[in-house]
Write a protein that binds this ligand. Structure first.
Ligand SMILES: [Zn+2]
Length: 735
């Protein structure tokens, strides 16, 4: 799970080079009030030598109309971009492209938020019609496109926004009178990651987990995504504490983002979880401000009151030791949150599930179980870590005369223990690659969770080459192909100490998280090219998931004897599989298996649960870079639009009096075609359309009209001619 550093891809670059040097940007959105009274000549010269595009030119929302000033003699920038449709079926034909600005009455701007239409500038656009050129064009423009981009661009990878389901799952019972307990998942539904849930009862709120999610392929430049806790932030005086289930980053990774904003609530966590949280808080200078109460599930103190909630921790098995679930009661009802779990009767860390507690909860009454769905599509029981440990030992036994490089999650501490024990038993020195690997093993050693002689473990350094291949184990991060992880650097020959040779076996004790396959295959290919052997789960069972299979899920629900099941933690298809399992195989009433979305609210009272009519509006919050900036979906979509279509900037110079074009428009592009034929079409379009506009408005023509109309026409034209949708910026200079 150590992917943080590995995903920093900056696809969209700020405009530089010729554009920034030569565009006489005379006014930006952010500086309209300063330059609004003088002619653009003045502002032109004043801004000439500045790095223009560091200014917030691109902060203009893609779909918003440009901001304009009413004052004469200024110039401005308008950006226009159309959001691509999601790749879901054909585009509806709603309106033909407008030939020119007519100003006719009765014409309405379409709602840009409406799905299914291509929003070109301000108009819906009939894409099919765009394939026919409006006038003869020199078609060799196509042959001069960059290699691999001769066809229509691939469809977008889908909007970043999470889809919500239209399916309505019926509820039937009436809620008894009195205050209900409200249970609100704030993350982890229809996604793997950023798990968080709020519980509210009679003015008290508690939070369960505050995790992060690693970015998907369609999130350029994003480090990670965090849950939207605005509801809890708004009500932070009600927050009584945050209970944490286990130490994986998708459960603890966003604590440091929120802890201060939440007013430093007290955290509750088991030993290893607490240590891992402390490590992250320390990295952000927050450690001494946060109080974390240690929970030992074996002790009676693992049951405690938090506001009007009674909470009891219980141990579950997972791929990290000290994982727990929660039994939470209020006057209104009771629920179990499983956390991430599986049942392992032979756990390598020796920590068994609290079966006795689970049985007791069942007796005391469990109205609802919120359970992990990650592996609900997999039949049978999740294999025990013990089996994997045996297989790992076989890898060591068989690797005679070979150097072993093993990659796994730094957070799979149970697995690390098995690997380290085998390495020591087979007389290998252990070299650790990757900061999180080193940190996690150090923390686990200190807590006694991992017990191998420290003399056998060291950081990966030059001395690794002093040993014969069969004396070495390199244990590293990078099992997901993360580009900056140690293994990826090794595979690219960029590591200072390690060169892969034919004497190496590289074993992946992991399986790719969906979406990471491409990067992982790149690493595997690179290793094969160097003649080394690669071993994955396909060759031998050297990885077991930490998440419940169908058997484990059924066992959990049976143990708890719950009335309601709520599938959480997982993509929609995983959760639906969980629902099907409960209904088809366990005989649950379909109305009692509740499907929610993030921000959906369940109300529980007197043994009856129902979905509340209202729900919280949840945004995706992206963390981009080090400044902890909360980037919005809108900004990310702008970034993606630039990455997909490039930027086309036009400088249009108008005569101050006549408002006629003073000269031919100038074109600047970034990431867009630099083809003379296409540029010819652009200039022709601008000239023709501007002439029409001028005919209509004369010297009363406004910059707003110029920017809007030309942007629109250019979008139509670019779709028609080259099937591209660049972000279009128009700079109007009046002198
Ligand atoms: Zn986990």
């Amino acid at each position: 799970m150590d992917k943080l550093t590995g995903w920093i891809k900056k696809v969209s670059q700020p405009l530089t080079g010729k554009t920034s040097n030569s565009v006489n940007k005379t006014k930006t959105q952010g500086s309209s009030s300063q330059s609004g009274t003088k002619t653009s000549n003045k502002s032109t010269t004043s801004s000439q030598n500045k790095p223009q595009h560091k200014k917030p030119v691109h902060k203009k929302p893609v779909h918003k109309k440009p901001v304009h000033s009413n004052s004469q003699g200024t110039s401005k920038i308008g950006t226009h971009s159309s959001s691509r449709p999601t790749n879901k079926g054909p585009i509806k034909h709603t309106r033909k492209p407008r030939k020119s600005f007519s100003g006719k009455k009765g014409w309405k701007r379409p709602d840009p938020a409406k799905k299914g239409d291509v929003n070109v500038g301000a108009l819906k656009y009939e894409r099919k019609a765009a394939t026919k050129p409006s006038r003869p064009v020199n078609r060799n423009s196509v042959s001069r496109m960059p290699k691999g981009r001769t066809q229509r661009p691939r469809p977008m990878l889908g909007q970043v926004k999470r889809e919500t389901s239209n399916r309505k799952f019926p509820m039937y019972e009436k809620l008894p009178k009195g205050d209900p307990m409200r249970i609100i998942p704030l993350g982890g539904l229809n996604e793997v990651g950023k798990n968080s849930m709020a519980l509210e009862f009679q003015g008290d709120i508690i939070l369960i987990d505050i995790g992060l999610q690693f970015p998907e392929e369609n999130m350029p430049g994003i480090d990670y995504v965090i849950p939207d806790l605005s509801y809890v932030l708004k009500n932070k005086e009600k927050l009584k504490g945050v209970v944490i289930t286990h130490g994986h980053l998708d459960h603890i990774g966003a604590i440091h983002h929120y802890i201060e904003k939440l007013g430093f609530p007290t955290l509750y966590a088991t030993r290893l979880t607490k240590a891992l949280i402390e490590k992250r808080l320390e990295e952000h200078d927050l450690l001494d401000k946060v109080k974390i109460i240690l929970i030992d599930p074996k002790k009676p103190e693992s049951k405690f009151e938090l506001g009007k909630f009674t909470i009891e921790y219980f141990r579950v098995n997972h791929s990290i030791p000290d994982s727990t679930g929660l039994y939470i009661k209020t006057e209104a009802g009771s629920m179990v949150h499983t956390g991430d779990f599986k049942f392992d009767f032979t756990p390598v860390d020796g920590m068994h599930c609290d079966y006795e507690k689970m049985a007791r909860f069942s007796k005391e009454g469990v109205d609802m179980v919120f359970a992990d769905s990650t592996n609900a599509i997999k039949e049978g029981f999740c294999p025990s870590e013990k089996v994997i440990a045996g297989n790992i030992d076989r890898v060591f036994r068989d690797a005679v005369g070979k150097r072993l490089i093993m990659a796994t999650f730094a957070s799979s501490i149970g697995r690390l223990q098995s690997i380290l024990l085998s390495a020591v038993a087979h007389g290998r020195k252990i070299f650790l690659g990757g900061r999180s690997m080193i940190d996690n093993i150090r923390i686990s050693q200190e807590l006694g969770v991992i017990s191998v002689p420290m003399s056998a473990v060291r950081k990966l350094n030059a001395s690794v080459n002093d040993y014969r291949p069969e004396e070495v184990l390199i244990l590293t991060t990078g099992s997901q192909g993360e580009p900056f992880a140690a293994l990826s650097r090794i595979s690219r020959d960029e590591h200072p100490f390690i060169k892969i040779t034919e004497d190496d076996i590289i074993a992946f004790s992991s399986s790719p998280i969906p979406g990471n396959e491409r990067s992982l295959y790149t690493v595997i290919d690179a290793i094969y090219r160097k003649g080394a052997a690669v071993m994955t789960k396909v060759d031998m069972d050297i990885h077991a998931s930490g998440h419940a299979f169908q058997g484990d899920i059924k066992m959990m629900h049976s143990l708890m004897g719950t009335k309601y099941v709520v599938p959480i933690h997982g993509e929609y298809f995983m959760r639906i599989a969980h629902r099907r399992l409960a209904i088809k195989e366990m005989g649950y009433d379909p109305r009692n298996v509740i499907m929610l979305e993030n921000g959906g609210i369940i109300e529980l009272r007197g043994g009856v649960a129902r979905r509340a009519k209202e729900s919280l509006d949840q945004q995706l919050i992206f963390v981009d870079g080090k400044n902890h900036a909360d980037m919005t979906e809108k900004q990310l979509n702008e970034r993606r639009a630039m990455a997909e279509g490039g930027i086309l900037t036009l400088l249009i110079e108008l005569d101050a009096k006549s408002k006629k074009l003073r000269k031919s428009p100038r074109i600047y592009t970034e990431g867009f075609l630099e083809n003379p034929d296409v540029h010819g079409v652009i200039i022709d379009t601008v000239k023709t359309q501007y002439a029409k506009l001028h005919q209509k408005f004369g010297d009363k023509i406004t910059e707003k009209v110029v920017v809007e109309e030309l942007s629109h026409e250019l979008h139509v034209e670019m779709l028609r001619e080259v099937a591209r949708e660049p972000v279009i910026q128009i700079i109007v200079s009046i002198a």
